[in-house]
Design a protein around this ligand. Structure first.
Ligand code: ATP
Ligand code: MG
Length: 366
């Protein structure tokens, strides 16, 4: 997949930018607060239902403006398509080849990108919610059916919680069964994804870190041992019934896939407690590489890779390992740094270099 052209208008601090990226490596350098991450965010948003930085659309529109525009030309499978996004605080509109798109599923797979940004490492240290959010987004990227069952689960969960709070509990059993049914599907799809990613993660962690630490990604949904959807459903129903008393007391569903966590392990120990900062960063980066690889297998083409603020992320050795690996892959990469790093430019052949200042972009050569 290649992004061959991008225009951005009234998006964050970007008033108007025309960007013609190179087909392989692109370096966007500039001082702090100039708009580098904003431009990566614009690339990402063009193919995704939501930003990797915020869920509030109003933040994306340039101060004092009513709408932000992002438009891009994507080359994929030998075809070209034009994606257009109009963002307003109240909602977003998407067009593919000048036709309005109303369902998120229609945009799915049109422009895949994987981002690695400094904020991502936070999910190692933060609570389960941030890892769940990561998991849900990552599963959805390669599995279009996931979004549907995830939304159904959320809807049913809301209904059940509403009943748990009310005095009249009529119909609670039916909602509990429905919740177990869709919850079973959510868990099964998550398990399938984690099993694939876990194997890839191990490979990419050694590529980046160059050592023998064993990295693992595991998911143990509460109350569930099986990997078969029917059995998961039964186990989940069992769990909901066991919890019903306390659910009624708290007025909410206290266990289930909406409360589950992902485990990040290094040599069998929790990465959160025992991993150094560099190890945590390498782990998350390896996870992103694994995701990229998985999407490549599913779509037959590598997604775009957006590496935000690379200078601050890894040591020189790990950066080199990463670059050496990326050179061997047919993939379009966007890297932002605060300096026009000579080491990076030496490592990335035919890198197109751009300077970002005050929301403007200038091509400096390749
Ligand atoms: P760093 O190197 O510090 O990561 P950066 O170049 O990646 O910097 P960005 O995060 O891309 O910086 O841009 C930040 C700038 O964009 C800030 O100055 C911020 O005030 C501005 N900004 C963010 N949202 C808006 C908005 N809606 N309207 C106008 N400006 C905005
Ligand atoms: Mg930034």
């Amino acid at each position: 997949m290649r992004l061959s052209y991008l225009t951005v208008a009234d998006f964050r601090n970007v008033e108007s930018v025309h960007f013609e990226p190179g087909g392989r490596f692109n370096l966007l350098h500039g001082l702090n607060g100039q708009g580098k991450t904003n431009l990566l965010e614009a690339v990402y948003l063009l193919g995704s239902p939501r930003s990797f930085r915020t869920s509030r659309l109003s933040e994306l529109v340039r101060h004092g403006e009513k709408q932000a525009h992002i438009q891009g030309t994507v080359e994929s499978g030998g075809m070209e398509s034009r994606l257009r996004l109009i963002i307003e605080p109240a909602g977003r509109k998407v067009e593919i080849d000048s036709k309005a798109v109303h369902k998120a599923s229609e945009l799915h797979g049109k422009l895949n990108s994987v981002v690695f940004s400094p904020d991502d490492t936070g999910m190692v240290r933060m609570g389960p919610e941030s890892r769940r959010r990561y998991l849900d987004r990552a599963v959805y990227m390669g599995d279009i059916g996931y979004l549907h069952c995830w939304h159904s689960y959320q809807r049913i969960l809301k209904q059940r919680n509403h009943l748990l709070k009310s005095l009249d509990k009529t119909g609670l059993d039916i909602w509990t069964e429905k919740l177990a049914e869709t919850g079973g599907e959510v868990i099964e799809r998550r398990l399938r994804f984690v099993a694939v990613l876990d194997i890839k993660l191990q490979k990419y962690y050694s590529t980046i870190a160059g050592d023998g630490e064993l990295s693992r990604l595991t998911y143990h949904p509460e109350g569930v041992q099986s990997t078969d959807r029917q059995q998961i459903r039964e186990e989940l129903l069992e769990l909901f019934k066991k919890q019903q008393r306390s659910d009624e007391r708290y007025g909410t569903t206290t266990a289930g896939p909406h409360r589950d966590d992902l485990q990040f392990l290094l040599d069998g120990r929790p990465l959160k407690a025992f991993g150094s900062q560099g190890q945590q960063k390498s782990f998350v980066l390896a996870l992103k590489m694994a995701e990229m690889d998985n999407l490549h297998v599913i779509f037959g083409e590598a997604p775009l890779l957006l590496l935000d603020d690379m200078s601050s992320e890894l040591d020189a050795q790990r950066n080199n390992n990463l670059m050496e690996f990326l050179i061997t892959r047919d993939i379009q990469v966007f890297i932002t740094t605060t300096e026009r790093s000579p080491a990076l430019l030496a490592a990335a052949p035919h890198c197109a270099v751009f300077h970002v200042e005050g929301g403007n972009l200038t091509f400096e050569g390749s």
